[in-house]
Write a protein that binds this ligand. Sequence first.
Ligand code: ZN
Length: 546
Amino acid sequence: MRMIRFVGTLLLVICFSAKADCQSAPTRSASQPRELPSSVSTISALSPPSLIVLITIDQFRDDYLDRFGTQLRGGLARFARGGAWFTNAHQDHAITETAPGHATLLAGRFPRSTGIMANRIGVDDPAAPILGNDAVAGASPKRFQGTTLVDWLRAKDPRSRALSVSRKDRAAILPIGRSQADVYWYVGGRFTTSRYYRDTLPDWVNRFNARRMPQNLAGKSWTLLLPDSAYKEPDSVSFEMNGRNFLFPHRFPDDSAAAAGAAIASPFLDEIELDLALDGLTALSLGRAPQTDVLSISLSATDAIGHGYGQDSREMHDNVLRLDRSLGAFIDSLFKLRDSTRIAFALTADHGVATIPELVPGSVKPTPVRVNLADLETSLRAAITAAKLDTNLVTLDHQIVLVNRDLAAVTDRTRALDNALSLFAVRARLLPGVARVDRFQDLLRGDTINDPIARRWAHQFPATSNVELVIMLTPFSLFSEGLAANHGSPYDYDTHVPLIFAGPWFAPGRYSEFARTVDLAPTLAEIAGVKPSEKLDGVVLRRALK
Ligand SMILES: [Zn+2]
């Protein structure tokens, strides 16, 4: 069984870096993480990498690395102990969701500039059908604006290639931007792409799918990697999974198609995806120099597990341990295929996550609640109808109210519309769980340097956007959506993510200065010797450079 074989891989002693490094460190045991290579000759360090590997973990809190630190010994351990780790790094925008978070990474720009301002403004595109699956919406980067590191690399050397894989379409597509590249995600139990990129799947992807790795989970179970005593979290917490299936072991259905679906909320789909990335690296000859290629891997299991079981769960603990091991095995394999001293790594996340509201300590006041705005939305629409305006002028999308003021019908009814919105804001502020309701334009005039909330909203939308109101819940409160835990707020627990660089270009250590995920792209561009082709929000994190 895959999970059992996986434990076995841990015990293998595999070279981490160049052969010489392995021979010089023969006494290290497999239980001690060996470092990502950080010191090579000056000539080597100064020349651009032949491969940039971006690893994004969906919904990964920065504090997981220390929380589980003593039990980490694979890939996460290598990043935490051997990388240049910015420990106060943030997705410094307000709507901390998957699509806007991923779009910042290789663009070096905030959502207001990438155009990907929320999941809702993501990658759905009926004009780009999914290969081999007409039942789901097509996907493309058509709403992404501007360029990314991939474009800057190609401007320098058109031979630069990019491969991006994820379970999620938006997490595979958005880091790359609008570039044509090899971009694959998981649909209906197999990895595929859309017609934006290709008309047929390449042989190597077909061969990978034919192995039916997700389907082969049928009848198997997700069990604990370590003995029970290694986990201090109680397993029996009925708030997890809304009271269903919250105890180990988690058995996959006997039906193979159902098992391939259930794989999404287990650590094993990440493991499978990392195998896909290695197959793609080989098939596409990535990282063979002289150009710099990009391999983007976004791992989504942590997000599904976090939403279902919460960040304090035994499931999350085990998931992080398994992710650590699978990332370690991935890096080992990568270093067998390519020269470890020519590879630059960046590890980050698209957002964090809040504690399940019902599990927040009683000392936190006001007590977090789940907020439902349905009644308020109904009364807002009634007020707009009473003002003889079309209710379609106004959209309530979770924490934002958008108003289309461009329509001629509004011009002579502006006061009535404003009154309806003001009444909505007054009522919303009275709702338990709502901390504040602001006019977006007022936030732009606020102290965007020292007030992180105002700043994060200012980074979210262009000043010219039609966002009228933004609704902030109290800390740890959530909008009711049926999920045990969620993210999406401008609070630090949702914005704080790991930002770790590794490879010979970076000076290992912990850097406590404030950093943003928009700094990732310019920093990678710097070591790759390329210039961004547009103005960025991010800056080069020079302290981490050798
Ligand atoms: Zn999520």
